[in-house]
Write a protein that binds this ligand. Structure first.
Ligand SMILES: [Zn+2]
Length: 111
């Protein structure tokens, strides 16, 4: 499989998540806008913050997995399963480029 293309895809995804994290971070800490003095508006903002925080968490986890995948690409272990040492399989890597488990090990981990 074309690992160079996989790497390009991962780097693109990484840049996308990083810019998203930057936006959510700004949103959480209200760097661009002063916190509203209106009470109802504040409540709404708080609820929104929780949502954004959850998104930020999710983004950080994705970023962690992508960085791990990029390291694996550089060490030539990218296509090998960390569970059993077998080949992960091209179709699976194309579908989930940051996975480090083959389909058997992943389904074993899920159950
Ligand atoms: Zn495996």
């Amino acid at each position: 499989m074309n690992l160079q293309q996989v790497k390009v895809n991962l780097l693109e995804k990484k840049a996308e998540i990083e810019s998203r994290l930057e936006r959510t971070h700004k949103h959480i800490y209200h760097k661009d806008e002063p916190v509203s003095a209106n009470f109802n508006e504040q409540i709404k903002q708080t609820e929104n913050d929780e949502l954004v925080r959850a998104l930020e968490q999710e983004g950080r986890e994705e970023l962690r997995q992508i960085n791990k995948a990029l390291q694996r690409l550089d060490s030539d272990e990218y296509t090998l399963c960390t569970g059993c040492g077998g080949e992960i399989g091209e179709q699976r890597l194309l579908a989930i480029p940051y996975t480090d488990l083959c389909i058997e090990c992943a389904s074993a981990a899920d159950s």
